[in-house]
Design a protein around this ligand. Structure first.
Ligand code: ZN
Length: 125
């Protein structure tokens, strides 16, 4: 079974962690540092900024990879459309949804698009 990159449930919590580390904590530390004149907090601020930047950078790369993967998968699905067998023995057109296709139809009578044979085996001459 192939595994696919899917950030649907993963991206939101990681984005929250990245924004917390990269924006919220550094701003709070900066405010505390300004109010109380504590120089020591600037090191913590830099560490938090670096961590948040790394988390957001990795998330950005994963989003780009997922977009590329989805584009490739969509292209494969669109290129490999085949007629869909139905329980009553007829077929459904993958382009227009015509439910009255026969197994011998080379083109759809409704949308006039060419239909691939059911199998990838070469057709006899
Ligand atoms: Zn059709």
């Amino acid at each position: 079974m192939k595994r696919y990159l899917n950030l649907q449930d993963f991206a939101t919590p990681v984005l929250g962690i990245g924004l917390l580390l990269g924006v919220v904590i550094p701003v709070l530390l900066w405010l505390v540092e300004r109010l109380f004149q504590l120089v020591v907090l600037s090191l913590l601020m830099k560490i938090s900024l670096t961590g948040g930047g790394i988390v957001l950078g990795v998330l950005f790369l994963l989003i780009i990879l997922e977009q590329i993967q989805d584009r490739i998968l969509t292209r494969q699905v669109l290129q490999n459309r085949t007629r869909i067998p139905l329980k009553n023995g007829s077929y459904e057109c993958p382009y227009c949804g015509n439910l009255a296709l026969k197994s011998i139809d080379a083109t759809c009578p409704i949308c006039q698009r060419d239909l691939k044979p059911e199998t990838d085996k070469p057709q006899p001459y």
